[in-house]
Design a protein around this ligand. Sequence first.
Ligand SMILES: Cc1cc2nc3c(=O)[nH]c(=O)nc-3n(C[C@H](O)[C@H](O)[C@H](O)COP(=O)(O)OP(=O)(O)OC[C@H]3O[C@@H](n4cnc5c(N)ncnc54)[C@H](O)[C@@H]3O)c2cc1C
Length: 298
Amino acid sequence: MSTSLASQRFDIAIIGAGPAGLEAAITAKIRNKSVIIFESGATHLAGEHKIENYLGLPDVTGQKLNRKFVAHAKNFDLEITADRITEVIDFGEFFSIQGENNLYEARSVILATGSVRATPLPGETKFLGHGVSYCATCDGRAYRDKDTVVIAYAASDETETRFLCQLAAHVYYYPQYADAFSQEPPPKNLELAQGRPANITQSEDKKMVVSFGESTVSVDGVFIFRPTSPPWRLLPDLNIEGNRVVIDRAGKTNLPGVFAAGDLTGAPYQYIKAAGEGNVAALSAVTYLDTVSKLQSL
Ligand SMILES: Cc1cc2nc3c(=O)[nH]c(=O)nc-3n(C[C@H](O)[C@H](O)[C@H](O)COP(=O)(O)OP(=O)(O)OC[C@H]3O[C@@H](n4cnc5c(N)ncnc54)[C@H](O)[C@@H]3O)c2cc1C
């Protein structure tokens, strides 16, 4: 990825290159806005399955429709940047968008990351950055010689956990998958435990208390490693209901300058609904940008 993209401030950063993100990008481009689109892997569109309810294309596979969408975007000189976005920070005048490969800037953001297959644990977002973390590399040092809990959803999280074990005094590891550490034994200060996390609270002495049904564990920090980046990880102050980002009819979230479209706003999970919401979110982002520009020129 070229550094020129990273050093440019875009009008709109669109996180997601499925039907919601690509429709948003095309609409924004037609309205003369500069756009950057991110993807972190395949969209749900990329499958071989046949789609029967997409208007005007009665006999098309997901893969073919995806190719048509990408080609349509290319006609507008829109390129897709492959970079998994891990955090979005609001600096007032612009958003700083942290990807795994680069840091970007944009004046507004459209979230179009697809369906969220997880719900936050009760208490999780409340203590984000204050006892709950998603990244040992970023936050592990704050827990040097302290006790931590790791809730992990995939064997690939064991590498990040091994790193945490080099810093923390003790790590209680709660795998939410089978056969944890079956390839290589865990470090000595890691204790393999069992249980489904139920909620996270804080005691009066500022310890994090994680409840696993009947049992609880009290530690200094909680690390949650999930395979996907749910939207509340990108923007912790987002209004979430269950596992969906709450939007109004204009695709606005509760955060000024942040819009959302597609499966992540909830059911029905349908291509045409995703594309329609992408269109609405882009038009709202354009109105937002034009209003902000007018106010700034007064
Ligand atoms: C097997 C199957 C069959 C289906 N059949 C139909 C059907 O017949 N008719 C129908 O209407 N619908 C169908 N659907 C549903 C349809 O696929 C979805 O509704 C649609 O793809 C949602 O579009 P979206 O843009 O919201 O998200 P997605 O298509 O899921 O795209 C999400 C995008 O976000 C990107 N992304 C996610 N996280 C990040 C991140 N952190 N950083 C950067 N990029 C990120 C991904 O790489 C991807 O590009 C089907 C779904 C499946 C799985």
